[in-house]
Design a binder for this molecule. Sequence first.
Ligand SMILES: Nc1ncnc2c1ncn2[C@@H]1O[C@H](COP(=O)(O)OP(=O)(O)OP(=O)(O)O)[C@@H](O)[C@H]1O
Length: 148
Amino acid sequence: MEQSFIMIKPDGVQRGLIGEIISRFEKKGFYLKGLKMVTVEKSFAEKHYEDLSAKPFFAGLVDYIVSGPVVAMVWEGKGVVLTGRKIIGATNPAESAPGTIRGDYAIVVGRNVIHGSDSVESARKEIALWFPEGISAWQSNAHSWIYE
Ligand SMILES: Nc1ncnc2c1ncn2[C@@H]1O[C@H](COP(=O)(O)OP(=O)(O)OP(=O)(O)O)[C@@H](O)[C@H]1O
């Protein structure tokens, strides 16, 4: 089934939003297949955001991501990449709808609390980068109560 890489950024960790964020994905019916708290090196953050290396905010973005621990997660479910992006909300919290994570918990784009893969292909790459050790193979017993 489809998987997405979701990361609670250092501001989300510092502000005590881990439980709230996990809860939103969990209550939706997605399955948590990977979870770890990690403080990454600059080179690792640069690799994760390599597509943005030409952007003027790149250096600030990398400093932000390495500024404290992040919570790296793999969530699984039908359409989790697109639906995950909807749960997260628009990149700039000024434009994120209320009810989304960024709409409810963030104000500026440079402190937008959470990352979510933007396609199935980037999810695959990001999961390989963040979880080279692999992820859990557990299956939920609630499956037939979530899917028909
Ligand atoms: N103009 C900006 N100024 C500062 N930081 C920015 C700006 N635009 C984007 N960012 C940061 O870079 C991250 C990646 O930007 P991108 O355009 O890929 O958005 P996104 O895909 O919604 O975000 P993410 O990859 O974190 O889920 C944003 O989440 C934000 O933290």
